[in-house]
Write a protein that binds this ligand. Structure first.
Ligand SMILES: [Zn+2]
Length: 136
């Protein structure tokens, strides 16, 4: 199967490739994503774990949400770049942080999550389906 999407961290040690399209693409404005990224939001692409191949070395950061669910984020050991979310080998769906795409034009978000937490200085693009929190 050919890879249709590829990406990686800033230094290139942590790389990923996908042989199937993501199930969803969006922007998350929650406070956790803001703090984890040091930015106003995180652009994400949700893939079936079986569609992804991830290589390199990464640090696993596991933190609990306010509701008790564990959030797992993974960053490059060398450059610190935040590349994917979820527990490799355990979760059925993994989120790739879209800023890591080699061809950033391939990112086509359709949803905005946790818009209630978006700071005033962050624009939410028009045309996205908006959710105040996480859609059920
Ligand atoms: Zn790196």
């Amino acid at each position: 199967m050919s890879d249709i999407l590829t990406g990686g961290c800033l230094c290139g040690d942590l790389r990923w490739k996908a042989h199937a399209a993501p199930r969803y693409m969006g922007l998350c404005y929650c406070a956790d994503c803001r703090k984890a990224s040091g930015s106003g939001f995180i652009p994400f692409m949700g893939f079936d774990a079986s569609a992804l191949a991830i290589s390199g070395r990464w640090t696993v950061h596991t933190l609990l949400h306010a509701d008790g669910r564990a959030a797992v984020r993974n960053s490059c050991v060398i450059c610190g770049g935040l590349v994917f979310g979820g527990k490799l080998g355990a979760d059925e769906t993994l989120n790739i942080y879209a800023g890591s795409l080699d061809d950033i034009a391939q990112f086509k978000p359709t949803v905005a999550l946790f818009t209630r937490d978006a700071p005033d200085w962050v624009a939410i693009p028009g045309g996205l389906r908006r959710f105040e929190t996480m859609p059920r």
